[in-house]
Write a protein that binds this ligand. Structure first.
Ligand SMILES: [Mg+2]
Length: 273
């Protein structure tokens, strides 16, 4: 596969990152962005070259980060992300933080355990699979006999369940996730903004790249827009998928799935020498 973006267009994005690499932030989602989507989330391994490109970038830019809906430790384990020096992995959309082998996990929101038990029953009725994540849980219908029908049937029940237990529903590709709301709520936009506000050297990022493929990444796309309005070049890149065309429509740049993301990261490595 080749990137769907002409390199002349990508050069705008790359030029901003190359201008002052020591203060550039490169952040990527995991599933569907660094790793191809597969039926079994336990088999979602990085696309060829993805971790190598991140590791090469780690010594060339201010910060490399991975922002995922998964628990942070899962992404580190599946992705072998501990091979990326200095990487920060934010899990559960930014609730958890993993860095240099140390994992920060806040307490689970109240109501989560009761909601999880009730959701397990609902999921079982339509052949969906519940994934406990510690501070949240997800109900996946990708492996159900009727993935679209199961998602449609579960949605109103899970929305009601979330409301009853003081949680909120985050939709994704064949998945509905129940997470904390209110003051405990963090999304990828909040998470990306915090990373950009203070790189490991304490200074704000002076350029940002964020790549994602799913609805949960749109908050980070919006954060890129806000940063740009405030004067920091920040660009969103969609790892395009026919399962979520609205993500590509909202991105500043579009590449062809994880393969396109790896090509983009590799191109950046090459430019940085
Ligand atoms: Mg994703």
């Amino acid at each position: 596969m080749t990137s769907s973006v002409p390199s002349a267009q990508l050069s705008v994005l790359l030029a901003d990152l190359v201008a002052d690499p020591s203060r550039a932030l490169v952040a990527c989602d995991y599933d569907g962005t660094l790793a191809p989507i597969v039926d079994d989330p336990e088999l979602a391994f990085p696309a060829p070259g993805a971790v190598e490109a991140l590791a090469a970038l780690a010594s060339r830019v201010g910060l490399v980060a991975v922002l995922t809906g998964r628990p942070a430790a899962d992404a580190v384990r599946l992705g072998g992300l501990d091979r990326v020096p200095g990487v920060v992995v934010l899990g559960l959309y930014g609730v958890q933080r993993w860095s240099a082998g140390v994992l920060d996990v806040p307490d689970a929101p109240p109501g989560l355990a009761a909601a999880e038990r009730a959701a397990q029953v609902l999921a079982g009725r339509v052949g969906a699979r519940l994934e406990p994540k510690g501070g949240s849980f997800a109900v996946h219908t990708r492996q159900a006999p009727d993935p679209v029908g199961a998602l449609a049937e579960l949605r109103p029940a899970l929305v009601a369940l979330a409301a009853e237990h003081g949680l909120q529903v985050e939709p994704g590709r064949y998945v509905l996730e129940l997470r904390a709301t209110g003051a405990q709520h963090v999304d990828k936009g909040t998470a990306l903004s915090r990373l950009a506000a203070a790189l490991p050297d304490g200074h704000p990022a002076c350029s940002v790249l964020f790549a994602g493929d799913d609805l949960g990444d749109l908050a980070a796309f919006d954060a890129c827009s806000r940063l740009r309005t405030a004067g920091t070049p920040a660009w969103s890149v969609a790892a395009a998928s026919p399962e979520a065309p609205e993500v590509a429509a909202r991105a500043d740049f579009v590449v062809d799935g994880p393969t396109g993301v790896v090509e983009l990261l590799a191109e950046l490595v090459q430019l940085l020498g």
